[in-house]
Design a protein around this ligand. Sequence first.
Ligand code: TYM
Length: 371
Amino acid sequence: MQPATADDTPGIVRVVRISPIGAKDALTADALAALSYWAEVVRIMRILSGIQPSGKLHLGNYLGAIRQHIELQNHHECLFFIANLHSLTTVNDPQRLADLTRDVALDYLALGLDPGKALLFRQSDVPEVTELTWILATVTGKGLLDRAHSYKDKVAHGITPTMGLYCYPLLMAADILIYRSNLVPVGRDQVQHIEMTQDIAGYFNNTYHCDALVRPEPKLNDAAVVPGLDGQKMSKSYGNTIDLFDDPKSARKRIMAIKTDSTPVEDPKDPDKCNVFAILRLLAANDETREWARRYRAGGMGYGQVKTRLSELFDQTMASARERRQTLAADPDYIEDVLSTAGRRARALAQSVMHDVRRACGLTVSAQSPQ
Ligand code: TYM
């Protein structure tokens, strides 16, 4: 006998999509158990992440964050935004900020973001996020922000300690909470900000005895910290990056400049202590990675050989994206259309959460607010 389907048409329901938001209200535990008898139940998460347009995107951004984003778009509800409000803490040239914002959009689309599957938008197209930032500031103790590693690190690297830089984690919490995001795929350097966001959501909900804000979880992959040329975390502010869309010759030059130790060619080497291997293992297939690890340990292999291979792998990874980027760059209207359409959709989601937030804290709700 054919199992029944949700809409009574013949056939087997292979995938039942259940959003975690409101799923408990929509289906009882018994109904869920019955569904799993005849249907594959897929739990769709709301995924959100952001990237600052404060410089060229680099391999750390790609391997730690963007690669996961592009994989996740096939299975979940995804929102990715260009964090131009955050970048005002370091970029004060309007033309440069506009250009960098467009460049991040081009990079994402060239790398495989599909605007039919995921939203890609400008942070500033959802102005409600700044309203939520203020509301969150009123329930957050200053001590929490005093503990932010990223603030201390940026000040240590010479960035002016403005209030914007200090309050950066509040804006980031608002980014995440305004969409009731479940998962935030990032590199390790952002995890403390997401933990702060969890605390901040709790402060708001406890203060106003509500559940308007949803606790998010960070999502890391196996490239949580990609090292740069000098072995520190790859970062725009450390000047140690391999930029994704550099011309192949310059990228190769950068790769050949990765710092290695002075172990002679004939001696055995420890792959786990080598910056080149740390990046290579993220681009090569498992078999190839294992073979290189063997060659390191066996001795007789120079670092130049593995750098040359890394450079080839980088080229292979980027070849089709480079071509796509060139085509996309010739159509600025398309890029603007992708960003503004997604911005409107993201804003509608944000407005409905802000309706609940405003109501929870007793701010006037206007007649136009969504119900
Ligand atoms: P940003 O622009 O510095 O970096 C963007 C993403 O790239 C990851 N990343 C790395 N991952 C592994 N190894 C590295 N060397 C490396 N360098 C960068 C970052 O962890 C990040 O995931 N504050 C954020 C932007 C932001 C945001 C948000 C992120 C604003 N609001 C809300 C998530 C959710 C930032 O400055 O990322």
